[in-house]
Design a protein around this ligand. Structure first.
Ligand SMILES: C[S@@+](CC[C@H](N)C(=O)[O-])C[C@H]1O[C@@H](n2cnc3c(N)ncnc32)[C@H](O)[C@@H]1O
Length: 203
């Protein structure tokens, strides 16, 4: 049997990922999030942590949300701005930087799709910042890697159900959807073991 694929985070070219995924369809966890928090924004503010190519952020904008997007990769800003219609731009603010180093506004939704685990050694500080930004009555919705994921490493954070229970102890957990299965990655035919939780919680 071959070794499980490892991700060498220091060699990941996020701008390549951003270009590849900017126009790709939204994933099921995004639709699930909208089902729970309500698709229509009505001016509500979402902080999108690690918005990447912006596929989810642009739907939030189109649905009337205000979006505060954070990403460490400068190419994310152009990928996003180039694809946002002029009449939606005034509802979009972008901060380029590491999650825990950006001053996050209080938000109705703090959303993070496949991004927080890559904070690595800054993961706990990142979670502090992310959860502090959820205002009363607001939600957190994010994908967190489980410990069975092939990519877990010193610089790619994984969590357990116990960790989730204690981290979200001061919020109401609405759902924990667990995926623990082999599946494709990187846009090709290669597969890896995916283990992640979609955690949605209400403050
Ligand atoms: C796997 S991509 C996910 C992009 C997008 N959320 C999606 O689902 O298509 C991870 C994104 O997080 C960003 N990122 C990784 N580590 C980060 C950090 N410490 N602070 C801010 N952004 C980070 C990367 O630049 C990249 O755009």
């Amino acid at each position: 049997m071959s070794d499980p694929p490892k991700l060498n985070l220091s060699e990941v070219d996020w701008s390549d990922f951003i270009q590849r995924t900017a126009e790709q369809p939204n994933l099921p966890h995004f639709e699930r999030t909208l089902d729970i928090v309500g698709a229509e924004g009505h001016g509500r503010l979402v902080v999108d942590l690690g918005f990447g190519g912006g596929r989810d952020a642009r739907v939030f904008l189109a649905n009337g949300w205000r979006v505060f997007g954070v990403d460490v990769t400068p190419a994310a800003e152009k990928a996003m701005v180039d694809r946002v219609p002029d009449d939606q731009r005034d509802r979009l603010e972008i901060a380029i930087g590491r999650f825990h180093e950006v001053d996050l506004p209080e938000a109705d939704l703090v959303y993070a799709s496949f991004s927080l685990p890559f904070a690595g050694q800054d993961f706990e500080a990142t979670m502090d910042a992310a959860l502090s930004a959820v205002k009363p009555g607001g939600h957190f919705a994010g994908i967190l890697f489980g410990m069975n994921d092939d990519w877990i490493a010193d610089d790619i954070a994984g969590v357990t159900r116990n960790w989730i229970a204690s981290r979200f102890a001061d919020m109401t957990i609405v759902t924990i959807d667990e995926t623990d299965e082999d599946g494709p990655y990187g846009g090709g035919d290669d597969t890896k073991h995916w283990h992640y939780y979609l955690v949605i919680a209400l403050r």
